[in-house]
Structures are given as C-alpha cells and as structure tokens.
Design a protein around this ligand. Structure first.
Ligand code: ATP
Ligand code: F1X
Length: 307
C-alpha cells in the first residue's frame, strides 16, 4: 500500500485576477477551491493514474472537514487525525504571475502526534511506500520527519520525502529512499546557487553522502537531475505552456512512485515522474495517464555517470 502523509494540509483557494489593483477592491475573474497539501496532491495524481493510496496527516475545523470530504468524494482513502485548530487556507493568486500566500498551521499536541503514529504504524507493512510531503506545522520540531523515517524504515517500508530546509536536512541521516528538492531548495540546503544540471549533480551527490538513497532535483523548465550512489542522469522536459505550476512538483513524486512500484526501474521512474510534472504544469488541474503518455516521447534520460 502507499500512504501519503500531509502534516500541514490546506484548502487551496485558486483565484485569477487579470488586472490586480493593490490597495483597492478587486473582483476575481476565475476561482477554484480544492483540498491541497503536497501529500494530498500526490494521492490525487496517483488516483488519476489508477493507483490507490491512503491519505493521512492532521486536519481540523471546517477546513479540515472540507479536505476530508473532498478526498472521499474523489474515492481516495483517508485516515486523518483530527486536531483542535483549523487546517490552513492557502491562496494561489494568478495575475499573470503566480503569487502564493500560505495560511497559518494549526497547533499539534503530543496526543495528536501519538495518534498519528498509531494510525500509521498499526497498518504499515514491509515494502509499503510512505510519502512524507510538505511543511511541518510550526509546533513540530525540525527533526520530526527524521524520527518518522526511522520508525517507518524499521517496519521495512520505504520513504519518499518532499520537504525543504531544516526538516529536510535533519531527515537525510535517516536514509529516505527518495528526496525531491527543486533547485532553489537544494541551493538553500547546500548554501550555493544551483544554476545548471552539473551543479545539481554535484550537490545532489553531497546529499547522497549525507544519507539520502536517491535524489531527484527538479529544475522547472531546465529539466531535472537524478542522483543515486551509482548513477547520475539528466532528463529534459517537454515543451509546452505552463498553465499552473502548483502541484507540478507533487506530480513528479507521484509519477515517479507510480512507475517505480510497477517496474522497479529508477531511471524509467525518473523519466515518468518528470513527464508527469510537466503534464500537470501544462494543464489547469493534475495530469492524467493519457497526458503523460502524450508527452513521454519528448523526454529523454541521459546517463551522465554510472551504468
Ligand atoms: N516551464 C516548464 N516546462 C516544462 N515543465 C515544467 C516547467 N516548469 C515546471 N515543470 C514541471 O514541473 C516539475 C516541477 O517543477 P519545479 O522544479 O518548479 O518543482 P517544484 O518547485 O517542486 O514545483 P511546484 O511548482 O509544484 O512547487 C518539473 O520537474 C517539470 O516536470
Ligand atoms: O506549505 P507547504 O506544505 O510546503 O506547501 C503547501 C502547498 O503550497 O503545496 C501544494 C503544492 O505543492 C499546495 O497544494 C499547498 O498549498
């Protein structure tokens, strides 16, 4: 089974304002309200690709009710822990440029934490995959993902981690199976500018040295890099017009996982994941299997080092 853990889910309020006048009243030209958060988005893309997953994490308040109900409506399994304060509302404003305002996370108590661990660990089996994705609610310590990874791995399950900053740094020594920073997140972590694929390979190797098993660095329109102990590779992205990049990174993770669980081939999964990311970026919502198939012939993986 695949579990996605979103510790800090949200309602995403997408709003398009063609001409924004700061300091005055603006009317929306388009809007869309969806359940969001990185792990939840991974579950949604997996569903589009015909793969079941169970979404877990913390939800609270009327926003939490909406998140749970909307996933249930999409036939995605849910096992959330209810907390007292409400889940975030994240604003995704499109004025031609994409601007995001992410809301304040609810307080998580030690009781909430033990309930989450009970929910996850009572079900987890050897060779299950767990996606840990998104920011930590501000009341959780930076090493929280690290602790979870250690416990998940002790069950023989595998972790895909998509987060940034200290929580990512702290998690590396616990050996996540895959991490997926974008090039800015990688740059922040290593204190260097990642300007091209060679930089991404160089610093990706550093994260392998620090404990990650596989590193996928997405570089938006510049392509992506995959690094493991034995291989480094580059994938280009297909050409197209980006309609909405929110969740494109989550689609990379979902596409990688969907393909890897079927074929157990890292480079094939890399290629499929990157294509899924672009297919989502080129559509208003998340990619479908048919859209990925359409763009796959344009994506080539070039091995830089290794077999
Ligand atoms: N201009 C583009 N052309 C083609 N594909 C793109 C473009 N921008 C983004 N993508 C696709 O989206 C994926 C993720 O983009 P990016 O590297 O910006 O990661 P991210 O910051 O995690 O994404 P997100 O926007 O979801 O936070 C890329 O690997 C690529 O597949
Ligand atoms: O604040 P976080 O947890 O890092 O990111 C949250 C978020 O921006 O990520 C998703 C897109 O990747 C959105 O659905 C959601 O609003």
């Amino acid at each position: 089974m695949i579990y996605t853990v979103t510790l800090n889910p949200s309602i995403d309020y997408f709003v398009k304002v063609n001409e924004l006048n700061e300091g005055s009243i603006n009317l929306a030209d388009e809007q869309n309200i969806v359940a969001g958060g990185k792990g939840i988005n991974v579950s949604k893309v997996l569903k589009n690709l015909g793969i079941e997953s169970i979404a877990t994490g913390f939800i609270g308040g009327f926003t939490g009710d909406y998140i749970e109900q909307s996933l249930q409506k999409d036939n995605i399994g849910t096992q959330f822990v209810r907390v007292h304060e409400q889940s975030r509302i994240n604003i995704k404003l499109n004025t031609g440029k994409e601007t995001e305002i992410n809301g304040i996370s609810p307080e998580i108590s030690s009781v909430d934490l033990s309930l989450l661990e009970k929910t996850l660990f009572s079900k987890l089996k050897e060779d299950d995959f767990v996606v840990l994705a998104g920011s930590l609610p501000s009341s959780l310590p930076a090493n929280f993902y690290g602790q979870l990874i250690a416990d998940i791995r002790s069950k023989g399950s595998h972790v895909l981690l998509d987060t940034k900053g200290n929580p990512l740094q702290e998690a590396l020594k616990h050996h996540p199976f895959l991490i997926k920073p974008n090039h800015h997140e990688l740059g922040d972590l290593v204190g260097a500018a990642i300007e091209n694929p060679s930089d991404a390979v160089f610093y990706g190797k550093q994260l392998i040295h620090e404990g990650a098993e596989n590193v996928l660095v997405s570089m938006a329109g510049q392509g992506a890099v995959f690094v493991s102990k034995t291989i480094s590779a580059y994938a280009n992205v297909p050409s197209g017009i980006v309609k909405n990049s929110v969740g494109a990174g989550d689609s990379v993770v979902a596409g990688f996982l969907a393909n890897y669980t079927q074929h157990q081939n890292l480079l094939e999964a890399f290629m499929y994941g990157v294509t899924a990311g672009s297919a989502s970026a080129f559509s208003a919502g998340f990619c479908t299997a048919a859209e990925i198939e359409r763009y796959l012939p344009e994506v080539k993986v070039e091995v830089i080092e290794g077999a």
